[in-house]
Design a protein around this ligand. Sequence first.
Ligand SMILES: *Cc1c(COP(=O)(O)O)cnc(C)c1O
Length: 389
Amino acid sequence: MAEKPDHLATRLSHAARDQALTHGGVNPVLQRASTVLVASADDLYAPDAWTYGRHGTTTHKALKEGLSELENAPCCAVVSSGLLACTLPFTAFAEPGDHVLVSDNVYGPTRRFCDRFLRRWGCEVEYFNPTIGGGIETRIRANTRLIFLESPGSLTFEIADVPAIAAVCRRMGVISVIDNTWSAGVFLKPIDLGVDVSVQSTSKYVSGSADTLGGALFTRDDRLAAKLRDAASDLGLSVSPDDAYLILRGLRTLPLRLERHSSSGLKVARWLQTRAEVAKLLYPALETDVYHDLWKRDFKGAAGLFGCCLRPDLVGQTSQFLDELKLFGLGFSWGGFESLVIHCDPQLKRTAAGSTRLEGPLLRFSIGLEDPDDLIADLDQAFDRLTRR
Ligand SMILES: *Cc1c(COP(=O)(O)O)cnc(C)c1O
């Protein structure tokens, strides 16, 4: 077989298509199994023998092969949620007495895991300003085990200087982990930038249909991969084959969908920027964003998820505005074909010293695959109703 094609879209169409996985079809067989039969008594305890469904089936193997095209690193584990993909590196690598550094803009449930579980587990958790860059070095102690990043933050959209932080981690022997869900592994390749482990929620763009939950972990480091796999196995984590099948199906069309999310996201964001009711957009793809240059340096494109601060005096009308929208669903997820919006202020939690970039009540838009002009018309009518009250 010749070298792999250069382009991700081609590789994702052709990954995991071996006869052994597909039995002649285009898609992998959907293999449901708890019991696995082995050929002989000796095989029951053979090293690396596949002996039980919790360790995956043909369908999971296909999904991992497909995902391995995404981040220029093997997918070492698939788990049943993105949150589990975020928390597994902590349980795999950190021990009681360790110190972990966590970006102040991480996904709320990741933060809750750190504040509750990890502290009870005996780890010291310290949050740092996402703009810290190479300055992270001053926070590293003898017992610092792991640094967890999310870039951009999925509510406030700060871009971290990922290569600078990863370089410090390598030099000082600290494991670096990033939540790469926003870029879906298409726009940012953290492992190429020196990060040890990249994790994603596949519930978002990868699945793309708002109908499955899943997470994936990627690393090129065999030692770390083995620890992650051991932790997943020790904890009894597994994904249903049906979900694995759906996630792989979403993966095939990911690059195409992201192009549309990206172009529509930019169009809607630019339109919002022209509105008097809007104080500020939080979207690194916009030239006006303070993180634009950093984003442009490291990312190949932008997802369709961004923040939007309304004018501070509209704080009392935020919920009314959302309720006037007809095409935007009110929902916490993102990355599906349908547009969503939430207001974020009740869940914002920041404890690290540093500037906040908010200038009014914060909304978060996930721009779906609808025609962007229809979305703009919907926003337009909702703003109109606001000002007429
Ligand atoms: C949704 C999300 C997660 C968690 O993913 P689930 O699959 O819902 O558990 C993790 N990180 C980010 C940035 C997310 O948006």
